[in-house]
Design a protein around this ligand. Structure first.
Ligand code: GLC
Length: 422
């Protein structure tokens, strides 16, 4: 039996391979994914392309921290290495990396199908240097069961979050000494800049640098919300939050050690997997608002770009075209990687069963856009000053007023005359 079946299967497989194999199969390399299950979701997509084309794709591991990933990419791109063909790049990097990346417009047939503001973000000096892959924004995750048990509503303001977190934390501590009210990303890296942007924009305190290049950070509303956030350390947030990135916050929340968590949409599905201790007890909504603002979320998200140094420009662009195609974006939406093609938001089958679509839509109405367009190639320093100095305030080693003044000075100096004080 065995002997008769195997030769038949073998012949069919060989025939299929011969029919589909390109004259010269090559291996492309893509740098993608890192946080949560993102790398696996990327590998699955790359494999689908490989099956269709007969080529293969090597998916290289990248650091989880966006800041560290940028350093790795800059090294590879500046030195024109061709070891990686396709790069997953952050929404804030086009101005920093554009000069090393291929113009994709000749290769992408349906550029009109993507959100125009993302396409504009990815167009540098008239060249489309990356295709939008997914949209991200900061969200508030909460424990539905605990809010019910203690009789609290979902918080609308940062003050309410503080009060509710304090009360539930006090109650839960009798059973769980590791329980905290609110976990977020306080490590000194790009993720802290995102948290700070959300505090600012939800308090109507500006965006650090305005679209006209004015450094607006040093204002009373900004000082108030940053002081408030500094007050969370060791009251409703663990001291260790000062070293937390996305995955650290998720681990604490999924272990049942936190009432509230700030994270991106990818955390929704994972928090509800069987391995999560809080599966089924989680709610997700917009982040709270400040005294005078509206709820907001930082605009995050990732793009796919091809290095100009690649040996395979057309094939690499084809991999990008495939990974950003409708079918891939539909598949990825289930994992919390929200589409960059506007038409997909009109598909109820896609949006209605997925709890993050609604709060993401609300957060985007007052989205906190990091000042990467206004500052271009200096954005990296702007973000480093913001996260570095605010980190010191959170640690209690610097006053808010000193930090705001110092960030402003440093940005203006680095701007070499392009960026101004109010
Ligand atoms: C998410 C966002 C990205 C942001 C990063 C910060 O990956 O999509 O835009 O820079 O988090 O940690």
């Amino acid at each position: 039996m065995k002997n008769t079946v195997i030769p038949c299967l073998g012949a069919a497989t060989v025939a299929a391979a011969l029919l589909s194999a390109p004259a010269l199969a090559v291996e492309l390399t893509i740098a993608c994914g890192a946080v949560g299950i993102e790398r696996q979701v990327c590998i699955d997509g790359a494999n689908r392309w490989a099956e269709q084309t007969g080529h293969s794709v090597d998916v290289v591991a990248t650091p989880q921290s966006s800041t560290e990933r940028l350093a790795m990419y800059q090294l590879l791109l500046r030195e024109r290495h061709n070891t990686v063909d396709v790069f997953q790049i952050d929404v804030i990097w086009p101005g920093l990396l554009g000069e090393y990346l291929l113009d994709l417009s000749p290769y992408v047939p349906d550029t009109d199908a993507f959100f125009p503001n993302l396409m504009a973000n990815n167009t540098v000096d008239g060249r489309l240097i990356a295709m939008p892959w997914y949209v991200d924004t900061g969200l508030l995750y909460y424990r539905k069961d605990l809010l019910d048990r203690y009789g609290h509503p979902v918080p609308q303001t940062w003050d309410e979050l503080e009060t509710i977190a304090t009360d539930v934390q006090l109650g839960e501590r009798s059973q769980n000494g590791n329980f905290w009210g609110y976990v977020w990303q306080g490590s000194d890296y790009e993720g802290l800049t995102c948290n700070v942007m959300e505090w600012l924009v939800s308090s109507d305190a500006g965006t650090v640098v305005s679209t006209q290049g004015v450094v607006t950070l040093d204002n009373d509303r900004a000082a108030r919300i940053i002081d408030q956030a500094a007050g969370w350390i060791d009251t409703i947030s663990p001291p260790a939050v000062l070293e937390y990135q996305e995955e650290d916050a998720r681990a604490q929340f999924e272990a049942g050690n936190a009432l509230f968590m700030r994270n991106w949409p990818y955390a929704w599905r994972l928090a509800n997997e069987p391995e999560s201790a809080v599966s089924g007890n989680v709610g997700v909504t917009v982040l709270p608002q400040g005294d005078s603002g509206m709820p907001s979320g930082a605009l995050g998200g990732w793009q796919l770009a091809v290095t100009e140094a690649t040996r395979y420009p057309a094939l690499s662009a084809d991999l990008v075209r495939f990974l950003t195609s409708e079918s891939e974006q539909r598949r990825r939406a289930d994992f919390g990687y929200l589409p960059t093609r506007s038409a997909l938001y009109n598909e109820p089958e896609l949006t209605q069963g997925n709890a993050v679509f609604e709060p993401v839509g609300r957060a985007l109405e007052n989205v906190a856009v990091r000042p990467s367009s206004a500052t271009g190639r200096t954005y990296k320093y702007v973000s480093r000053y913001v996260s570095g100095e605010i980190h010191e305030v959170l640690r209690g080693t610097k006053s808010t007023s000193d930090a705001l003044a110092s960030i402003t000075d440093r940005i203006v100096e680095r701007g070499l005359g392009d960026l101004q004080r109010p």
